[in-house]
Ligand binder design. Structure first.
Ligand code: NAG
Ligand code: NAG
Ligand code: NAG
Ligand code: CU
Length: 744
């Protein structure tokens, strides 16, 4: 019985880690598009009166792939094992990670016979200095390859820099630079934490007293933030458990009020609190979300199958696994265990000169902050930082072809290091695809009054790079979408499963008027607790060069002056104010005192004299309303403004601090920005926070339909004119005829 329990549960957790590493091979390996002419004509309109859906399908696959679409696990492994870096920013390869692991393990710092094995919380490329990357061009030798690692050994946290070629290792004690906090948990930390409670007879007894068989218990590792003395000087975690009897969706069956405090280093159970004995465990009915579990006669077939066809194959190429070129864009894309994905050196082609012009040096999800709004014992500490505490990339699972990404997608694997430094492959972590949702790129038609008969319209096709993280219950989808008109849209989708609270109530009408549920009744005995989500992006903008300025373009009402002699009493004008120092760029959005936020290159102007720029355009968002002295908000202080601008500094990458875990809030974006350094005509970094207030509703049960929001980086006087003026319209003859099988 025990072994069933552990194996079932281990699978859930290690799905995040090691077990499936080489096991998931059912996906195509990408190669640059070289459509075979013979095959591609089979489904083109001119000769395809006999085409049918299967003809389209076989052609399309042939257009994307040169190699068989299903590499074996073995061929995937061999490909990664022989990979060599091609670009200064390419992630560490399997060979490099093995070398680094060997250097660390054989270093005298970690070889003391008494010390327990060193745990590696991070092993990633230490990116070369920005100037070296900017100087590099294809064909040049790569700058020296280095690894940055965070190691814990004997209770100390060390920052390591390892030169891959020479094996030279430099170490710094983390406490010298960061007063508090611990590194991102390893997958092994999370796994061992969920095992730890079972070492306690008291825990076992409490669970069985609640009527749950030990073989049905699934536990989650919950970061506990920092609230004072209790969370200081030792690395801790709180473990809460669920019943997975009769459902895979154990999140809907909380053993409410049971919290086990575990020491993450020793794995000792420190405290067991059970304040929920009177609360029943919610029923399993209607909680399963798997299609295979839906009875055949209850399945909903609402829409016909759909996909997009690319008769000439995809337009993009991926060189050396990470350099993406599409239409007028070029950028470097790589998975990262903490950030998820990192987009670097995004450059767009100027249609007038053909020159590739720099837009952004580096962009990624720097931190997430998810505070729950329930101050009671089993909930107050739930104030997650999913990147710094859990690893946004570590928790990104393989994408599901056809459903997570369309059929024309290319997949990129991640190579990460486990807690002992062993490299592993996370297949299909990122997908890249061209997207056409039927939108319009630009259009105009002339009314018949003119007699001109003009109708001009262009389709909008974009390129999307996508990842999806499943941080325990919750799923985050991050899209970087590039448009041919120069716009970059960064989109966040929330889906997955709510973290719910058990209650003895089965209906709202039983709840006394003065009782606060801290959320919404979603089902019998289930409350969806109110919470926020904040996602903070690091955007090192290099608009047409490294030195940029941040301009607040105030939109102000002006009263018409009498000299103008106009019947109008007021109008709007744009007042440009260049931010000289960081504090002038701490931005809170205001609907009745609006601004545009431009990043300009003051050294470059257009033909008619405007500074070239990109603007940050907010989408739907939310601001944190928590008290600034509330401990979670002190740690999450990077959400105190929606936009910040800091001078580029290699040590300032993670908005919640390098060591976000149990950090006291003394090292984060707020603290850096309050130094009020100069930012005018300098290499600057823009930080944008997108927020959501989430008041759960019944539709979120048992799994949430995706909610999304986005923001844009949009060219503003960057180009001399509409950069896609000269693109062609779609015409029927270029497109395949794919009839539904039934009507063929
Ligand atoms: C559809 O195309 C396939 C492949 O070309 C062919 O084998 C099949 O007979 C066609 N079916 C119909 C209904 O045309
Ligand atoms: C608690 O239960 C688990 C699972 O049945 C078992 O493996 C473990 O030994 C038990 N712990 C104690 C202290 O009895
Ligand atoms: C760079 O950042 C670190 C960490 O915030 C800080 O100690 C250092 O003073 C910064 N350097 C400059 C030049 O601002
Ligand atoms: Cu939510």
């Amino acid at each position: 019985m025990e072994s069933t329990h552990f194996s079932r549960f281990l699978f859930l957790l290690l799905a995040a880690g090691i077990l499936i590493l080489f096991a998931c091979a059912n996906f195509p390996t990408y190669l640059p598009p070289q459509p075979s002419p013979r095959l591609s004509s089979r489904c083109s309109a001119s000769s395809s009166s006999s085409s049918n859906s299967s003809a389209c399908k076989s052609r399309k696959i042939a257009g994307i792939l040169k190699q068989p679409p299903n590499p074996t696990a073995e061929s995937r492994r061999l490909r990664h094992e022989s990979a060599t870096p091609q670009h200064p920013l390419d992630p560490l390869t399997i060979q490099e990670l093995n070398k680094v692991r060997h250097v660390i393990n054989s270093h005298h710092l970690f070889k003391s016979p008494s010390s327990s094995a060193v745990a590696l919380h991070t092993v990633v490329l230490e990116e070369p200095p920005k100037s070296a990357v900017l100087r590099w061009s294809p064909g040049d030798p790569l700058p020296p390859r280095k690894a940055f690692a965070i190691a814990r050994s004997g209770g100390d946290t060390l920052l390591l820099s390892v030169d891959v070629a020479s094996g030279e290792l430099k170490a710094d004690r983390a406490s010298d630079s960061s007063p508090s906090g611990y590194p991102t948990m390893t997958v092994e930390d999370m796994t061992s934490a969920t095992w730890a409670p079972f070492a306690s007879a008291d825990f076992n007894r409490t669970v069985t007293d609640r009527g749950v068989e030990l073989s049905d218990v699934a536990c989650l590792p919950i970061s506990l933030g920092w609230f004072g003395k209790k969370e200081e000087d030792r690395r801790l975690i709180k473990v809460q458990c669920y019943s997975m009897k009769d459902t895979v969706n154990f999140y809907m069956r909380p053993i409410e009020g049971l919290t086990v405090v575990v020491d993450l280093d020793s794995k000792d159970v420190i405290e067991i609190v059970d304040k929920g004995r009177h609360i029943p465990i919610p029923n399993a009915a209607n909680t399963d979300y798997r299609y295979s579990a839906i009875k055949k006669n209850q399945r909903l077939d609402l829409v016909n199958p759909i996909s997009i066809e690319q008769p000439k194959g995809p337009t993009f190429t991926v060189t050396g696994d990470h350099l993406v070129r599409w239409a007028n864009w070029e950028f470097h894309l790589k998975p990262d265990p903490r950030a998820g994905v990192i987009v670097s050196q995004a450059r767009v082609k100027d249609p007038e000169t053909g020159e590739m012009r720099s837009v952004m040096y580096k962009g990624y999800t720097s931190e997430l902050f998810v505070p729950y709004m329930d101050p009671t014992d089993a909930w107050y500490f739930k104030t997650y930082m999913d990147a710094g505490e859990y690893g946004f990339g570590l928790n990104s699972m393989p994408l599901d072809p056809l459903n997570d990404c369309p059929r024309n997608a290319h997949y990129m694997d991640a190579v990460f290091a486990a807690g002992d430094g062993t490299p592993y492959v996370r297949p299909n972590m990122v997908c890249i695809f061209e997207s056409y949702g039927g939108d319009i790129g630009w259009r105009h038609s002339e009314s018949p009054i003119t007699g001109m008969g003009i109708i001009e319209a262009r389709p909008k096709v974009t390129l999307v790079a996508r990842m999806a993280a499943s941080v325990a219950n919750y799923d985050y989808i991050i899209d970087w979408e590039f448009q041919t008109d120069g716009l970059i849209r960064i989109k966040v989708g929330l889906s997955g499963i709510l973290m719910v609270k058990g209650t003895s109530y089965v209906n709202k009408n039983e709840v006394p008027e003065d009782e606060n549920l801290y959320g919404t009744m979603l089902s019998e005995n289930v409350i969806g607790v109110i919470h926020d989500h904040y996602v903070t992006f690091y955007l090192d903008m290099d608009v047409d060069g490294v030195d940029n300025s941040f301009v607040n373009v105030h939109i102000k009402k002006e009263e018409t002056s009498p000299e103008v002699n106009s019947p109008r009493r007021s109008f709007l004008k744009a007042v440009r104010e260049v931010a000289k120092t960081e504090k002038e760029a701490q931005i809170k959005f205001q609907l009745y005192n609006p601004s545009e936020f431009h990043v300009v290159n003051p050294g470059k102007t257009t033909r008619v004299g405007n500074p070239v720029g990109y603007k940050v355009v907010a989408g739907g968002t939310a601001a944190s309303l928590l008290d600034h002295s509330d401990p979670p908000q002190m740690r999450g202080a990077f959400t105190n403004n929606q936009i910040w601008v800091t001078p580029y500094n290699r040590s300032e990458e993670w908005a919640g601090g390098l060591f976000a875990y149990q950090n006291h809030g003394e090292e984060n974006l707020q603290v850096w920005s309050d130094r009020d350094r100069e930012i005018e005509n300098k290499d600057i970094v823009v930080w944008y926070t997108m927020g959501f207030h989430h008041i759960p509703c019944q539709e979120d049960f048992p799994i949430m339909p995706t909610v999304s929001s986005s923001f844009d980086l949009k060219p503003v006087n960057f180009f001399e004119r509409n950069p896609i003026l000269r693109i062609p319209p779609n015409v029927e003859k270029d497109l395949p005829v794919c009839k539904a099988a039934a009507s063929a």
